[in-house]
Design a protein around this ligand. Sequence first.
Ligand SMILES: C[S@@+](CC[C@H](N)C(=O)[O-])C[C@H]1O[C@@H](n2cnc3c(N)ncnc32)[C@H](O)[C@@H]1O
Length: 202
Amino acid sequence: MSAPPDQQNPGLPAFWDQRFRNGVTPWEAGGVPAEFTEFIVGQPVGHRGRALVPGCGSAWEAALLVRHGWQTTALDFSPAAIDSARIVLGEGWSGTLLCADFFAFDAGSGFDLIYERAFLCALPPRCRAEYAQRMAELLRPGGWLAGYFFLGDTLKGPPFAIPPEQLDDLLRPAFVCQVNRPAADSLPIFAGRERWQVWRRR
Ligand SMILES: C[S@@+](CC[C@H](N)C(=O)[O-])C[C@H]1O[C@@H](n2cnc3c(N)ncnc32)[C@H](O)[C@@H]1O
């Protein structure tokens, strides 16, 4: 059997490029979700540091992070996503915008915060163990993996829902779950199956 064309393989940038270029982006929130805004605004002064937004897409959250004093890297392997992020972030944005693969980029020293939204569920399920391992490597002890996880057991995607017990098995060796509640304002594509979670690196 021949391999599928690149645009049908969510493990490749071409899949995402095609969707961004054609405006087929049902995951696009057009702003920052409520719980993440509260989380960032609620941090005590001094609780800032290095933040990473992997699979950033249009990168609305990266703008919020920089406004609140975080040294922020937003990263996506799709050039079309990076073009969209560049427009959202604008000229004066002082973070780092990288067109790079999450699994391969040179990260430097540990991050204090990694923001997850519609990234894990965009990855082919075979990448999940590597995702958990990479998150654990990138965060310093005590750092946060905070964001939105798409839970369930549908095999077709993206978005690929992950069974909650599988997510627990993947993250618990290196993380403690501190917050886990339904997301307040999910888009239709994630409705009823999206949870706001905050995991702390052991
Ligand atoms: C469903 S979109 C979500 C975008 C954004 N997080 C949001 O909430 O709007 C998934 C994004 O992850 C990116 N992506 C997928 N695999 C990636 C990888 N290995 N490295 C970097 N970016 C990746 C895609 O290019 C796409 O922009």
